[in-house]
Write a protein that binds this ligand. Structure first.
Ligand SMILES: O=C(O)c1ccccc1NCC(=O)[C@H](O)[C@H](O)COP(=O)(O)O
Length: 202
């Protein structure tokens, strides 16, 4: 199971996520209490070992800004929230980065990874980064095909149940590993990873 820890803003957070075994680490470069500048993101990316995917998260920014900020941050992936047509993913392809399409699970019935030319699909709650969960069982008989991540209100206490219900390729968490909005807890990050790994063995 692929695990992304999102919204990190300090080197200590990054080290905690790496130590716990995260596969990907997200930096929010859009309006958010977790926002970091491209320059801050670049410093944090430098603390991430090879093999762990670094992701710059955007929502509704113009594509030329996405391009500029992602390059400045030196990330390995770009995650786009908001309304983006398939042409946006085609346009960003020459960046040579992994492209993640984030969409609200509420409007994702029948979605498949790759529908818009993305490499990874993220099914999230309607308000990303809010910690609000949604009815994971709503995917029911028809979960997305391909490499898709489940997000929205996940936490150490519920991730095993969410994985069992939705059977995603990966999971993404932010609020559920924080002690208060924007402040990550190394202990909760480690606990989240332990729960996911244990669920994968079950
Ligand atoms: O984290 C934010 O504040 C944010 C703001 C705007 C767009 C995206 C944002 N986060 C995206 C993520 O990848 C979160 O990890 C994902 O939405 C899950 O969040 P949570 O429900 O808090 O675990």
């Amino acid at each position: 199971m692929f695990v992304k820890i999102c919204g990190l803003s300090t080197t200590q957070d990054v080290e905690a996520a790496v130590r716990a075994g995260a596969d990907a680490i997200g930096f929010v470069l859009t309006a958010s209490p977790r926002r970091v500048s491209p320059e801050q993101a670049r410093r944090l990316v430098a603390a991430v070992p090879e093999g762990v995917l670094t992701v710059a998260v955007f929502r509704d920014e113009p594509l030329d800004q996405v391009r500029r900020d992602a390059r400045e941050a030196g990330v390995g992936a770009v995650q786009l929230h908001g309304e983006h047509p398939a042409s946006a993913f085609a346009e960003l392809r020459d960046l040579g980065l992994t492209l993640v399409r984030a969409t609200s699970a509420a409007s994702a019935a029948g979605a498949s990874c790759g529908d818009f030319g993305e490499d990874l699909l993220l099914l999230d709650s309607p308000v990303p980064g809010s910690g609000e969960s949604w009815d994971w069982s709503a995917l029911g008989e028809a979960p997305p095909a391909g490499r898709w991540m489940l997000a929205g209100g996940l936490a150490p206490a519920n991730v095993a149940e969410a994985v069992a219900l939705a059977r995603p390729w990966g999971v993404d968490v932010s609020s559920g590993v924080e002690v208060r909005r924007g402040v990550k807890s190394p202990e909760l990050i480690a606990e989240f990873l332990r729960e996911v790994r244990a669920a994968g063995r079950g």
